[in-house]
Design a protein around this ligand. Structure first.
Ligand code: LIP
Length: 266
């Protein structure tokens, strides 16, 4: 299939980086610094894992660009950029909650989620050993098994995942929206790792996921995996997913959920 070479590289590096993150978790994790707010933290393992990924990609594909959470962006000359969250779900990782991921995607075009075309993606949860992958037009997989979104359900029967910003003011506003959504759906899940939230929609472990204020590296890989599994993955209206908003769900449910969220003031 097209892009299998890119997928093989993403997969192998994600597994190697995941093994490093898991090792560092067993050795003990401490906060190295805070970023946008006192609760937006980075650990030394985040930085070390991104260095491993960045060095491996530079060795294998030196002409490609890089766009990572911890070490920033570097433009390449190949037209391809690797979008990397070395440890997505950093707070889960810090607390020893076994639900965090290495997320690696390669995109074509400018490294802008509003315009890029994702070509290949790998998301690995080192704690569970689960590896989600996809290529554009090649389908989505959990390990070697093809995955598909859950069939359409009524909004009242939908298990909906979401997440919250690191900014306390924005969290208050997001809490108001989710408290109004809660009685309208089956239930809410807040798992703490956007890339896995998107992969869970892809394999039917949740009916829908939405969030605001994500960074590009949080959703670059998971969005391709969910889309290749049959989900609608979108922003508000006709927009592509971005920091402003992302929603992933079975197509008919995506329409109903977005309409309700807009009514609730998302
Ligand atoms: C996290 C996302 C999560 C969101 C958190 C945070 P990080 O990314 O995966 O969905 O709710 O606020 O943004 O910071 O762990 O890479």
């Amino acid at each position: 299939m097209p892009h299998d070479d890119l997928l093989d590289l993403a997969r192998s590096i994600a597994l190697e980086a995941g093994a490093l993150a898991k090792q560092r978790r067993t050795e003990g994790v401490e906060v190295a610094a805070s970023k946008s707010s006192p609760v937006d933290i980075v650990t030394e393992a985040d930085r070390e894992t991104e260095r491993l990924i960045r060095d491996a990609l530079a060795a294998a594909r030196p002409a490609d660009g890089f766009f990572g959470e911890e070490s920033g962006a570097e433009t390449g000359t190949s037209g391809l950029t690797w979008v990397v969250d070395p440890i997505d779900g950093t707070v889960n990782f810090l607390y020893g909650i076994p639900h965090y991921a290495v997320s690696i995607a390669v995109v074509e075009g400018e490294p802008d989620p509003l315009t890029w075309k994702a070509l290949a993606a790998a998301v690995v949860n080192p704690a569970s050993g689960e590896l989600f992958t996809a290529t554009a037009g090649g389908g989505a997989f959990l390990g070697a098994e093809p995955i598909r979104v859950a069939p359409a359900v009524e909004l009242s029967q939908a298990l909906v995942s979401t997440g919250f910003a690191y900014d306390s003011g924005e969290r208050g506003r997001q809490g108001s929206v989710v408290s109004q959504l809660l009685p309208l759906v089956r239930d809410i899940r807040r798992m703490g790792t956007a890339s896995l939230d998107l992969c869970f929609v892809a394999c039917g472990r949740a009916n829908a996921y939405y969030e605001r204020t994500l960074s590009p590296w949080d959703h670059a890989a998971g969005a391709l995996i969910a889309r290749e599994a049959g989900a609608t993955v979108k922003g508000l209206g006709d927009a592509a997913p971005s920091r402003d908003f992302i929603l992933a769900a079975y197509p008919e449910l995506a329409v109903r959920l977005e309409r309700e969220l807009v009514r609730l003031g998302v």
